[in-house]
Every structure is written in structure tokens, then in C-alpha cells.
Unconditional design. Structure first.
Length: 145
């Protein structure tokens, strides 16, 4: 039998991890607070993401236009942390790139570097996971500058 931490403990863990990024994102002028729900769904099924823990593991879901678009279950704390934070880190990095765009340079260069910088504050597991994701994206769509 697996023992998973409670949803409350999971929320505390994820908020603690995300707080490590906060000073850097604030310095960059792109910080956005977490707006995920830590429950078995979003209130009334409204749009948004949610995360919870039960006897099967850790769950992450995203409701969009009244439909559950993402539904992930994992037994790994690092994986659920990555799943929950990836959208926020992406959007902060995107906003950073938008504010610091370089004419004639592929916009993703700055954005990808910023994403890796934010993930590195949390830990090497996250950096390596994001590097692999970026590498896959670039195989199909190389930089264009």
C-alpha cells in the first residue's frame, strides 16, 4: 500500500516550491500567483486547474470550457509538482520574453532560457525535464533567426 501525503500537505509543498521562484519572477516583473485549486475539482466545474491527493496518488486536472481537458495521475511528487507549475512558469517566461524581445531573434530563445532559469531555482530534475521538452520542440520546429 502506498502512502501519499494529504491534499493539504501537497498544497503546502507546491506553494513552498513555487515561493522559491517568486523573488526572481518579481524582479523580472512577471510574477503571477498560483491560482490552482487544491481539491478534487474546480468549484462548480469552472475553468481552471486543480490538484489533489488520494489513495491512488496525486492528481492534476484542467477544466476548459466545462470539459476536463487534462487528467493526470502520478505517484511521484516531482512529477505532480512539475505538472502543476509548468503552465505558470511558461506564462511568466512568455511575458518576460514579450517585455524583452530582441528584433530579428526567435522569440523562444529568451523564453526558453527564462524557463530553464526559473526551473533551476527549484531543482535539477525540473531543469532536465524541461530541457528534454524544449529539445523535442526544437527538433520539430528549430529556431528561426
Amino acid at each position: 500500500m502506498n502512502n501519499y501525503i494529504s491534499t493539504q500537505e501537497l498544497e503546502r509543498h507546491i506553494r513552498t516550491v513555487y515561493a522559491k521562484i517568486e523573488p526572481y519572477a518579481k524582479m523580472d516583473g512577471v510574477y503571477k500567483p498560483l491560482d490552482d485549486f487544491f481539491d478534487v475539482g474546480t468549484p462548480g466545474g469552472q475553468d481552471g486547474s486543480f490538484c489533489y491527493s488520494d489513495e491512488e496518488g496525486y492528481h492534476f486536472g484542467v477544466n476548459e470550457r466545462g470539459v476536463l481537458r487534462t487528467n493526470i495521475t502520478t505517484q511521484n511528487m516531482d512529477d505532480i509538482t512539475y505538472q502543476l507549475l509548468q503552465s505558470d512558469i511558461f506564462w511568466m517566461s512568455f511575458e518576460y520574453e514579450r517585455k524583452n524581445r530582441v528584433e530579428g531573434q526567435d522569440n523562444r530563445r529568451i523564453m526558453f532560457d527564462k524557463m530553464l532559469q526559473y526551473w533551476s531555482v527549484i531543482g535539477e530534475y525540473y531543469v532536465e525535464r524541461e530541457r528534454k521538452k524544449i529539445s523535442e520542440a526544437l527538433k520539430n520546429n528549430p529556431f528561426m533567426d
